[in-house]
Write a protein that binds this ligand. Structure first.
Ligand SMILES: NC(=O)c1ccc[n+]([C@@H]2O[C@H](COP(=O)([O-])OP(=O)(O)OC[C@H]3O[C@@H](n4cnc5c(N)ncnc54)[C@H](O)[C@@H]3O)[C@@H](O)[C@H]2O)c1
Length: 368
């Protein structure tokens, strides 16, 4: 079954777009692109792992649909490459593909969040903005980074510091891609599904608690149940706060303040994004207990679920000062005052400012 989920942006209906989701639908991508009529020359941005698995089917579906002019760049995979060097490399390849002919180019980002964020920002920047289609291939991409229009890359020690809001014209999701995901990446995607449970949906959270082992076995019945729930939560939130300036979208950052700090403090090499977010969610829950926002037993449920998903829950071996230095570069902080999204129960979060650094240090030291 193919489903269409609309993302209707309240502040810019012309930027609204659809998510198409189905199983084994990559071969129909060309047709869907044709129907969209948003470009005649197609430039694919992907990474080496994904290219090996899915590039052929995408290219042949484009050919079948009549797209004669296609180009591509295959990047080495990895968060540590989500940087200005890779951004420029893609721009150079795109410029060569364009050959100064002012082609009507549409970009396809085929891959996980690294490819999606970088490729989306290339689309936002090239000739002041061209069309792009997101084709997420990780669970994390399907439930989170494939939609919402946040694009960009890491700059020095600051996660996602350079970027833009640039909405895709379509998000094309084939859940079959989950079959080939390494287990570690599956766990990372589950971290974001747990996030949705904590921030908005206690029933989803209980469902995850009851079914985590089946989800780790990739049971499609279970995955097909949770993926649309997560997409709808993200679609609703990002529709209402496209540019993250209305204090609505911020709740998607639960676990991300210390999560991003952990990624940056370890040069984007030690943790995958979902793993860092998992630890960040545990740490934020502990802060919430100390602030009296959540009962210890609910914070315990959050930690247990993250642990059951096979995600790390410790910051052992990472110097506290490094984590705090990276944390201070968080984009949510205003004039140096920290801001955290903290759970106030399962299914509800609050934004809390100015948490004493001594308390953050205490929570970090208890996680060693
Ligand atoms: N824009 C947003 O709203 C948003 C939201 C959340 C996260 N992000 C960003 O997303 C990134 C994390 O994304 P990610 O977890 O997808 O990581 P990723 O893009 O690094 O992909 C993870 C790994 O899985 C491989 N892979 C991808 N699809 C595969 C498949 N189907 N089969 C086998 N291997 C596959 C990739 O080659 C890579 O090695 C971070 O940079 C994060 O900041 C962005």
């Amino acid at each position: 079954m193919i489903r269409k989920i609309p993302v209707r942006l309240t502040t810019g209906t012309d930027r609204s777009y659809n998510i198409i989701i189905g199983n084994n639908i990559l071969g129909n991508l060309g047709k869907a692109l044709k129907a969209l009529n948003c470009g005649t020359s197609v430039f694919i941005i992907t990474d080496n792992n994904v290219a090996r698995l899915y590039l052929k089917i995408i290219v042949s579906s484009l050919k079948k649909a009549g797209f004669a002019d296609t180009g591509k760049i295959i990047l080495p995979a990895g968060e540590e490459r989500k940087n200005s060097g890779t951004f420029l490399r893609i721009l150079n390849a795109l410029y060569d593909f364009d050959r100064n002919q002012q082609k009507k180019i549409v970009i396809l980002t085929l891959g996980g969040g690294v490819v999606g964020d970088l490729g989306g920002f290339v689309a936002a920047s090239y000739r002041r903005g061209i069309n792009y289609i997101q084709i997420p291939t990780t669970l994390l991409g399907l439930v989170d980074c494939g939609l919402g229009g946040k694009t960009g890359f890491n700059f020095r020690k600051a996660k996602n510091l350079i970027g833009a809001f640039w909405q895709p014209r379509l998000v094309y999701m084939d859940t079959l891609v989950i079959k080939t995901l390494p287990l570690r990446e599956l766990r990372c995607g589950l971290a974001e599904t747990i996030k949705y449970g904590v921030i908005k949906d206690k029933n989803l959270f209980s469902f995850l608690e009851n079914n985590i082992s089946g989800l780790l076995k990739r049971k499609s019945l279970l995955l097909n149940k949770i993926i649309p729930i997560c997409i709808k939560i993200k679609a609703k939130i990002t529709s209402a706060d496209e540019r993250d300036d209305k204090d609505i979208r911020i709740i998607l950052n639960y676990g991300h303040t210390l999560g991003h700090a952990l990624e940056a403090a370890t040069n984007y090499r030690k943790f995958n994004h979902g793993e860092a977010v998992g630890i960040g969610m545990v740490l934020a829950a502990k802060l919430a207990v100390k602030l009296g926002l959540i009962q210890a037993k609910d914070a315990g449920r959050i930690e247990s679920l993250i642990f059951a998903a096979g995600l790390p829950v410790s910051v052992k071996g990472i110097p506290e000062n490094k984590i705090l230095a990276s944390m201070r570069r968080d984009k949510k902080f205003i004039s140096g005052v920290n801001r955290f999204v903290l759970p106030a129960g399962i299914g509800r979060v609050v934004v809390t400012e100015n948490i004493p650094e001594s308390m953050i240090r205490k929570v970090l030291s208890e996680r060693r």
